[in-house]
Design a protein around this ligand. Sequence first.
Ligand code: HSE
Length: 333
Amino acid sequence: MEVKVQLLGFGNVGRAVARVLIEKKAFFKRRYGLTFRVVSISDRSGTVWLPEGIDLREALLIKENFGKLSAWTNDYEVYNFSPREAVREMDADLVVDVTNDKNAWEWHLEALREGKGIITSNKPPLAFHYGELIGEAEHSDLPYLFEATVMAGTPVIGILRENLLGDTVKRIRAVLNATTTFILSRMEQGVDFERALRQAQELGIAERDPSGDILGIDAGYKATILHCVAFGPITYDEIVVRGITEVTAGEVERALVRGKRIRLVATVEEGNVRVSPEEVSGPLAVSSNENVAVIETDLLGELVIKGAGAGLKETASGVVSDMVKAALGLTGA
Ligand code: HSE
């Protein structure tokens, strides 16, 4: 079975996805009988479109050497499509959105109406338009998968969406932003805030504009998405968010003396989501780029899921897993 894919976004995550598709091509074929044919790739400079399938190695070379896909002039046509036009004009089975486009929900809806499933790592569409997007996907009977939006490839969305189906979730307590965990862990070792933030940026954990991380917006988006999946739609505008900008070195140190850690904690209950720095111990006291979610349910009790919450191949893990899942669904497997 061959699945035609449109890749929107060719930044760090998009390229990490392309690398996995190259390196694990034989594995997908052997294990699932699947071949992914990437028919278009879009970045800010343009869209490369080749219905027979784009050579991903060449795409990576162009992007890495010239910084933009529009530099690709031999053999390939570069089109000046908006994402909306790209999803409307081209024949494909799946649209993979690894952009940061806040307005992407509009072209997600368009893609679903065009009969294309969606895989996304882009958080704002879900944090603001979950109900509409899932409603349209259900109406169109198409996959709309977003594992990589929360905790990278660590499958917390899968657990809530596809397992625990007889459980009622009572509460989720979670650490969902790797940058703030990284900064707070480094502060525990005596590194100052600014230097720790720079290190997080160098490691590719922080967003390009890290203010969303340290102000708690990124964790807020993720907590909103967890609420949507566990309890039903809510939007980011309805939740309470406080970031880590006011956490001082003294507070970090005093917590340590008491055997505790300060972490940016999300508490998700039905109709109520808040994100703020808290003193924690036990499973919430993660370090480095780890994320954790403690899910409390009526039947199972307490479930802890912990793993990488950021990173390029770690995020690609979630995106590619969803691509396989969607493809197998499309094939009826
Ligand atoms: N900047 C994000 C974080 C990346 O620090 O968790 C993953 O969404």
